[in-house]
Write a protein that binds this ligand. Sequence first.
Ligand code: FAD
Ligand code: NAD
Length: 466
Amino acid sequence: MAEYDYDVIFIGAGPGGYVGAIRAAQLGLKTACVESRETLGGTCLNVGCIPSKALLHGSEKFAEAANGTLARYGVKLGKVELDLAALQADKADAVKGLTGGIEFLFKKNKVDWLKGHGTFKDAHTVTVAGKDYTAKEVVIATGSSVTPLPGVEVDNDKGVIVDSTGALALSKVPGHLVVIGGGVIGLEMGSVWRRLGAKVTVVEFLDQLLPGMDGDIRKEAAKIFKKQGMDLKLGTKVTGASVKGKKATLTLEPAKGGAAETLEADCVLVAIGRRPNVAGLGLENIGLELNARGQIETGHDFRTKVDGVRAIGDVIPGPMLAHKAEDEGIAVAEYIATGTGIVNHDVIPGVVYTLPEFAGVGLTEEQAREKGEIKVGKFPMMANSRAKTNHEPDGFVKVIADAKTDKVLGVWAIATVAGTMISEAALAMEFGATSEDIAYTCHAHPTHSEAVKEAAMAVTGKPIHI
Ligand code: FAD
Ligand code: NAD
């Protein structure tokens, strides 16, 4: 009889765990994946990336019809009305299709789904629904949940103070939505409900939106969202909330201290970041400690300090992104099966899927300047023929290169399709490209991506169209 039930058990079936489990099975390992949700796919497929993008897409279509964008192209419409139930049903359909797809892939690849909450009994034994399962290697891929804000208690069922899960499921457009946190979730969900008719106020502790992104991008983001009608209260903190019936009253203060004010809302979205899921995992049973931020530290091969236990995705340090978790899932499976694997953590793109989209990969200009001498090339979308034709003037592309070697260190973009454009930059950086390499690569015309080429040409001062 085999020493263990499985070669590897993944705990959590999000983009980290499910992708890792499939790759492990493809590599011939006997694999199981523990998941306590009723469907596979984790935060991303159930209450994150996918439902938020379904609502972003649908609300964009509604706004195009309602705000006259379609009329400009000669599309004649009758009275435009929102059927929110239909939009929510479309979102549910997208989620159902994709989560069901993972279940199919598990069966196809012979990955066992162990249904229930997983707890370590020891480093090689995980208890699920009262039964023990053993594995040579266990990978923690338990993801993250919303960080609570003391004094502002989330109750998604009531629908007055909600987190992102509640904000994805509202059955009525709120009159006034106050978003606490001007990060990715706040701006994406704020955009959805603003387009559907809500007044939206974003309260952000820092002086700028979108922490972690390039300084120019953050400044421009504030201008763009203000122009779209969002009220931004930057440098402001929320100190408390009270709920009466279907209304909330928030108390706010300048972040640096000063006079308090109150703000009434029909709905409050708490989106101040996420924290790793480790509760009830039994880490005390295997002697695994967390770092100061509550994360599990790992080495390059995703090994933790406990022999036989590795960790990937949102539960370890690094950006909390689905594609980062997926790549780590593939790499950890390859490390376990073959002894080698790779994730280049210096080249992980990030995208905010608003309109326009905000995207970046590599170092910000501020980070690059701290490391040494750089050259920067910038090209406005207003001068890009495709964006101009489509009436999409907002944004720019910025290429940051090493002053001596010309190696590309970072690329940042604001454009309607910046999320798609940034893959080219990631690929270029993965191959160690110089700005000249991008500038001399033929780009199809007319595409938004030509702005990447022109920004690369601008690094040495030679763009054509400005
Ligand atoms: P998760 O996806 O969180 O999955 C972990 C799974 O483990 C969960 O299903 C959980 O139920 C399960 N679990 C936890 N503990 C246990 C246990 N003890 N036993 C059994 N099961 C357990 N990222 C992007 O890249 N692009 C986006 O557009 C994007 N949009 C987002 C929108 C929203 C509203 C949110 C909230 C997040 C978004 N993210 C996005 C982030 C993305 O969802 C996460 O980075 C990603 O899901 C992390 O993957 P993971 O596998 O580490 O964890
Ligand atoms: P975030 O870190 O992007 O933004 C949180 C914001 O809240 C920050 O700007 C922070 O300064 C602010 N903040 C913190 N405390 C505050 C307070 N008391 N009052 C006011 N503002 C406060 O976090 P998020 O938007 O909650 O998203 C969580 C994670 O989910 C992110 O790490 C992100 O990577 C991931 N996510 C990604 C996508 C995407 O890739 N498109 C979409 C959604 C979520």
